[in-house]
Design a protein around this ligand. Sequence first.
Ligand code: HEC
Ligand code: HEC
Ligand code: HEC
Ligand code: HEC
Ligand code: HEC
Length: 215
Amino acid sequence: MPQIFPKKANILPHISLIGALFGGVFTIFFVWYYFSPEYTDVGYEPEQPVPYSHRLHAGQLGIDCQYCHNWVEVADHSNVPPTQTCMNCHTQIRTESLKLLPVRESWATDAPIPWVKVHNLPDYANFTHTMHVNNGVGCETCHGRIDEMEVVRQVEPLSMGWCLECHRQPELYLRPNDQVTTMGYVQPADFVERNMERIRIEHIEPPTYCSGCHY
Ligand code: HEC
Ligand code: HEC
Ligand code: HEC
Ligand code: HEC
Ligand code: HEC
């Protein structure tokens, strides 16, 4: 009778043992790598096709965030403003500027400016701005002092743990809705009490169960 399991099969348990050891090492590496700041992209600051400055427009000129980021949430539609928004001013201001050449080209050809996305969540994590902005989470809380940035960079990890930190204790982060675009918001001394009260009245309950963010 031919041998079904060749002699070699005896080494299989050893291989699984070694595999398990390596697996363990791999898991540690995996966790370390994924949760380290490098992987979370904190500090990511890609070069943009136009030297557009938030420090100038949102900071010095004081243009409100929502003038350009108006949260019309259409699928596949970016929240970065169309060239038209820039041209509301730049048909009159700095019309000869070389820095604005790609903007005028985009305007003339109808081809959108290829802005590079700074913040990126994987597709399997569900996120909408509207629910946050309408429930008192400020832009500043997630994006930092944009009004002081010449070039936008990511300042928070946007990791699952980071999302959950707030979802478990939103009272430590909320501000009145009319302050969501304020940069440098100063919390009143009793802000936790005020937020607890608001959370109770408005039934603010950010999801902490898996399907709240992963469908
Ligand atoms: C005059 C228009 C304008 C105003 C006002 C403005 N932005 Fe922007 N914003 C842009 C443009 C254009 C981009 C894309 C280029 C870039 O990243 O700099 C952008 C990019 C961003 C990004 C990065 C998006 C990404 O790619 O992930 C964030 C975050 C942001 N803006 C937040 C804000 C906040 C907060 C304010 C108010 C303090 C604000 N913006 C005011 C035009 C504007
Ligand atoms: C509400 C008016 C307004 C809007 C809207 C606006 N800008 Fe500006 N922008 C200005 C002003 C004012 C200056 C400063 C001009 C100066 O320094 O004399 C400026 C300066 C600039 C400069 C520097 C030009 C240079 O030669 O130094 C760039 C680049 C620029 N804007 C890009 C943009 C882009 C891109 C958008 C659209 C996302 C935009 N701006 C929207 C008012 C505006
Ligand atoms: C709760 C955290 C949070 C708040 C509050 C928040 N953002 Fe964001 N923002 C994010 C995350 C996360 C992304 C990346 C989303 C993705 O990749 O799907 C993002 C992406 C963006 C983008 C890029 C969108 C695109 O389509 O390219 C812009 C612009 C932006 N945010 C501006 C703002 C402004 C302005 C405010 C305040 C009115 C704001 N955000 C408030 C977390 C936040
Ligand atoms: C600083 C606080 C804060 C941070 C950070 C934050 N959230 Fe939220 N989130 C909230 C609040 C407040 C609500 C509103 C809950 C309500 O109205 O019941 C909310 C609601 C949601 C909802 C429910 C939306 C709906 O349609 O019901 C989802 C999904 C969500 N957040 C995902 C995320 C993800 C993903 C991240 C991280 C990338 C994140 N949030 C980061 C505070 C936060
Ligand atoms: C508040 C929103 C939120 C909730 C609730 C949530 N997640 Fe996540 N999860 C995220 C985000 C955002 C990411 C992407 C993180 C990143 O890109 O670094 C993620 C990533 C993951 C990943 C991929 C990890 C990786 O390193 O690639 C897994 C697996 C996961 N979540 C499982 C779960 C499970 C299981 C639960 C329930 C116990 C859960 N999540 C609850 C927001 C959430």
